[in-house]
Design a protein around this ligand. Structure first.
Ligand code: 15L
Length: 266
């Protein structure tokens, strides 16, 4: 398979391209800026996802796309609109027109950030985004469903939690995913013969998890890492953080408390 990774210079892209290299010798990388650790044997093309013609070019000759590109945090409507709405639509449209067979879309836990922490949720709940960023990821999932149902593109959306070497606070004990486990999910999306349109949660084997990830397990996902092994460290880090009464109630954390004023009196 010839793979394209968009957003290759970001946190997840930088980790995944190393982990996927063994499985897919032919990987094309794109981002707005070049990865700082680009090797001479890697193919990189600088592309702004808002530019459809350029996006179309980088998808040509590609079998599967890992779409990480776009704005990966909260942001202004202008930024989110350009990178995550227009950019994401361009990516799926170009993939379809170029005959790409599969797209693995980096969705986010922030699609469901306003679910309370005591509620365990599966992939079939109504979206409850906690930010414009979360809304843009819900949009991406919807565009993915459209191209899967209407055009037969095989699409996997991974609602990614927190991709780090270890969980960094209490919330991350519930949503952490070790990069190696994420690479496993990505490979399922790129290779599993039964994928049509699927949503998975991007989390490791976390005892404190909030998500029912049986859909991913149905496709053979066996996370190898557990956040519980880092509990003491994560809780020590948590103790140093200022209280966040709204963020601490909801799964999305500070994305929920940011700009929050739903409790004001009218
Ligand atoms: C995300 O979706 C973001 O891309 C990342 O920057 C983190 O904020 C992560 O979620 C998280 O919730 O920890």
């Amino acid at each position: 398979m010839h793979i394209l990774i968009t957003g290759a210079a970001g946190n997840i892209g930088t980790r995944l391209r190393k982990l996927l290299k063994g499985a897919y010798p032919r990987i094309r990388l794109s981002d707005v800026r070049s990865p700082t650790d680009l090797r001479s044997d890697e193919e990189f093309i600088a592309v702004d996802l808002a530019d459809y013609e350029k996006v179309k070019k980088i998808t040509e000759g590609i079998d599967g796309i890992v779409h990480l590109g776009g704005h990966a945090r909260r942001g202004s409507w202008d930024t989110i609109h350009k990178s995550n709405i227009i950019g994401c639509y361009n990516l799926f449209e170009a993939a379809y027109r170029s005959g790409v067979k599969r797209v693995v879309f980096a969705s986010s836990n922030h699609v469901v950030g306003f679910y309370p922490r005591e509620r365990k949720i599966g992939v079939d709940v109504t979206v409850r985004p906690d930010s414009r960023y979360g809304v843009s990821k819900a949009f991406g999932e919807a565009v993915g469903a459209l191209y899967a149902d209407k055009h037969g593109l095989r699409v996997t959306c991974i609602r990614i939690g927190s991709v780090k070497d270890k969980p960094i606070d209490q919330r991350r004990l519930s949503i952490w995913i070790k990069p190696e486990d994420l690479a496993q999910l990505v490979r399922i999306g790129l290779e599993h013969p039964d994928i049509r349109f699927e949503i998975f949660y991007g989390s490791s084997n976390n005892e404190a998890g909030w998500w029912d990830n049986s859909n991913a397990r149905r496709f053979g996902y066996h996370p190898e890492f557990r956040s519980e092994d880092f509990r003491a460290e994560a809780m020590a880090a948590q103790a140093k953080l200022p209280p966040d009464p709204i963020g601490d109630r909801f799964q999305g954390g500070s994305f929920c408390s940011d700009e929050y004023d739903a409790d004001r009196k009218w």
